[in-house]
Design a protein around this ligand. Structure first.
Ligand code: PLP
Length: 362
């Protein structure tokens, strides 16, 4: 078998090796079925079982109550930027958005096509290096909902506690940190996440929606854009990404086997600490982009003194088997994405590589 290298890609991203191996083993024919997951009907008993098991595993990992529906949609998190306002904004036609990075801005752009957007806070003037404090939020108690991005994939910042929004429904884009720790789902009205960062392959969007919000979807909406359609049809109005849902199920079982989301969080914290310690102990050779209390456990962003030195590090790292460290084109520098499935050994090896690089170039 081909040797695997360390994959720091921001998404689609690394998957657990056990999951890849199981999928590979079963790809030719699912045990007892004689056909591959890629070949069976989304309305077959076999897929029905896989679909329900995947939902059940996620429900149990995240401790989701029966007040919520779980959906597997398509169109990425980007389509949710439109579906959220189209379904949830009327009849008030106004919503609060907290802007903490490029993805929040894209969400705002689509919401503005539907109604009035109040920017409750933004840290754009500080190149999104921090999460706003609760006191900074200018929330409208009459807003249809408040939208925020729990982890800012590009800038490497993360909310460590949800914003307090009173009785206004809280909507979260959790694309790049869903399942990285236990959250109190009851605090949320809707959570959405493109699967390709922390859950599975691209092509599936996971949505958790509180049942009472489904009533907001108006009958005039296009069928495929309405949450009501997908809830009433258990995500099977059209053909879902059957393979993606299958892989998400395997990933959920992998997390459960590891000890659930508390164990997952402990491991994520350990991994991030190793890397941030290296940055903090480098005497300024490596400079973290995010302020310390806003740092992401998923995407670690940092710079070196010059762009030239950054390029050198990226190219030497790549030759040594560390792939995907180049920062997003909008911020530059470096970004190490260390999602759930990224191995701790890979973080340790990167840190020794970075320490060596510093010795040679410092
Ligand atoms: C990647 C990402 C998106 C975009 O996801 P798509 O599935 O490509 O539409 C949106 N929000 C966040 C926070 C992301 O990290």
């Amino acid at each position: 078998m081909e040797k695997r290298i360390y994959n720091f890609s921001a998404g689609p991203a690394v998957l657990p090796e056990d999951v890849l191996k199981e999928a590979q083993e079963n790809l030719f024919a699912l045990p007892g079925v004689g056909m591959s997951i890629l070949e069976i009907s989304h309305r077959s008993k076999t897929f029905d079982k896989i679909h329900n098991e995947t939902k059940q595993e996620l429900k149990s990992l995240l401790d989701v109550s029966d007040d919520y529906e779980l959906l597997f949609l398509q169109g990425g998190a980007s389509l949710q930027f439109s579906m959220v306002p189209l379904n949830l904004m009327p009849p008030k036609n106004k919503a609060d958005y907290i802007v903490t990075g490029s993805w929040s801005k894209k969400a705002v752009k689509e919401a503005k096509r539907v109604g009035t957007v109040n920017i409750a806070a933004t840290t754009e003037s500080e190149t999104f290096k921090r999460i706003p404090k609760q006191e900074e939020l200018k929330l409208d108690p009459d807003a249809a909902y408040v939208h925020f991005t729990s982890n800012n994939t590009i800038y490497g910042t993360q909310w460590h506690k949800e914003p307090e929004v009173g009785n206004v429904p809280l909507v979260c884009d959790a694309s790049s940190d869903i399942l990285h720790k236990k959250i109190d789902v009851k605090k949320y009205a809707l959570i959405y996440a493109g699967a390709q960062k922390n859950m599975g392959p691209s092509g599936v969007t996971f949505v958790i929606i509180r049942k009472d919000l489904v009533e907001r979807s108006q009958d005039t909406l296009h069928t495929m854009l309405s949450y009501k359609t997908h809830v009433e049809n258990n995500s099977l109005y059209n053909t879902p990404n059957t393979f993606g849902i299958y892989i998400i199920g395997l990933v959920a079982k992998w997390i459960k086997k590891l000890g659930g989301l508390d164990a997952m969080y402990k491991l994520n914290k350990e991994k991030a600490d190793i890397l941030y310690n290296c940055i903090d102990n480098s005497g300024g050779f490596y400079k973290g982009h995010a302020e310390k209390d806003s740092r992401s456990l998923m995407n670690v962003t940092f710079n070196l003194a010059t762009e030239e030195l950054e390029k050198k590090l990226i190219s030497e790292a790549s030759a040594a088997g560390f792939d995907g460290l180049k920062g997003h084109r909008s911020v530059g520098g470096l970004r190490a994405s260390i999602y759930n499935a990224f191995p701790k050994k890979g973080v340790e090896d990167l840190v020794s590589f970075m320490n060596d690089f510093m010795k040679k170039n410092g």
